[in-house]
Unconditional design. Sequence first.
Length: 276
Amino acid sequence: MTKVQFEELLEAGCHFGHLKRKWNPAMAQYIFMEKNGIHIIDLNKTIEQIDLACAAAKQIAKSGRKILFVATKKQAKETVSELVKAVDMPFVTERWPGGMLTNFFTIRKAVKKMSDIDRLMESPQFNSVSKREKLQIQREKAKLEKNLGSIKDLSRLPAAVFIVDILKEHIAVAEARRLNIPTFAIVDTNSNPKLIDFPIPANDDASKSISVIVKAICDSIAEGLAERKIDKEAMEEEYAEAKALATDNVEEEEENSENTGRRRRTTARKPAQTRK
C-alpha cells in the first residue's frame, strides 16, 4: 500500500526543484518538466521511491537495528528531531562530527565521557567540587549533549543512514559509502541520486516536503518495531509452552521410573514358592 498520496506531496510542494541551470543530469529520469526556468519533479516517481524506501526501513526496524537520521538544515532540524524521537532512532541535527561513522570508536568514547559526567554530577562528590570546576563540567556536558546527546544510545554502527540534503551532508554520504552502509536520502534536482541506495526525488528545502517524507519513513519504522514486538511475544509464548511441556514430560518420566522401581522392589520381596 502506498504510504503517501499524490495530492499530499503536491500540497507540500515536493514537486518543486531547483533552477534549470543548477540541475544535475543524473536526475533526468525523475524530472517531469521545466516551468519558468525551474525543474518540476515527477511525483509518481517520488511515490515509487518512497514505497521502496519505506519497505526497506520497515525491515531494518523489524530486525532490531538502527537507522541514523541526518538533517542539519535549519528548516529540517525541528521536524526531523520530533518525528525520529517518536520511533526511538538516533539522529544528528547539529553539526555533523567528522568521523562519526569512519571513526566511530572515538565518538563512542566521547559519548561515554558524557555518561561519566552525568554520574559525577549525581554523586555526592560533586558537592565538594569548587564552583569554577562545577561550571567547567556543566559547560562541557552541555556541549557534548548538544552534539552527541541524540546518539547516546547508538552502541554500534547504524544499519542505514537517512539524509535530508546530500549536498550539505556530503561528508556523511562519503563516510556511509566508504563503510558500505545503506543510504536513504531526499534528493533534489541539483543532487546526484547515484550516490544513494534509496533516493527519494523531492524538494529538500521546504520544511513541509521534508516533513511528509520523513513521516512516511518513521511510520514504516513504527510498523516494523510493532511487528518485532508481536513476533517477540509470540516466541516467548512458544518458549514458555515448550518449557512447560518439557517439564511435564520430565515429571511423567520420573513418575514412571519411580513406579517401575516400586514394582521391582515388591517383586523382589515376594517369597519363592516351594514345590510339594
